[in-house]
Design a binder for this molecule. Sequence first.
Ligand code: RP5
Length: 160
Amino acid sequence: MAKVAIVVGSRSDLPRVERARNTLEDFGVSYELRVLSAHRTPAEVAAYGRSARERGIRVIVAAAGLAAALPGALAAETTLPVVGLPVSAGPLQGIEALLAMAQMPPGVPVGTVGIDSGTNAALQAVRILALEDAELAGRLESYQRRQRDAVLEADREVSG
Ligand code: RP5
């Protein structure tokens, strides 16, 4: 059963969630992928948000561009944590989506990551799941160790 939902606002957003998908797969976290639009399919978004918890989803990653209402619309319908992933679509290159997701009204939180930051969106979901999963927490520690080792190796190379 999927524990993470990745929801995108349009088929055109799919390439922007590749890193999120790869990261979840690297951590062995099951996810489902849906295309639902806050503006074009509002009824389906509401129904999805309302049923997500009872279907076993624990974190929702919602990716959208332009006037990116999707994560907020989902957060309005669920008590699950929602990670907002702003996508660089359109002439403002994601700035508008970033602001729309970050500036939610009090009471309807969306934890927003950077523009096109699919890796961090997935890692935030993994960290939330790891609160109740020691094995997953161990994988996060290994991931952090590998990152640290890579930087230290680069430092050794350049500093002689
Ligand atoms: C948003 O509008 C979507 O999330 C997408 O980033 C953007 C453009 O959508 P399309 O016109 O490509 O379907 O709702």
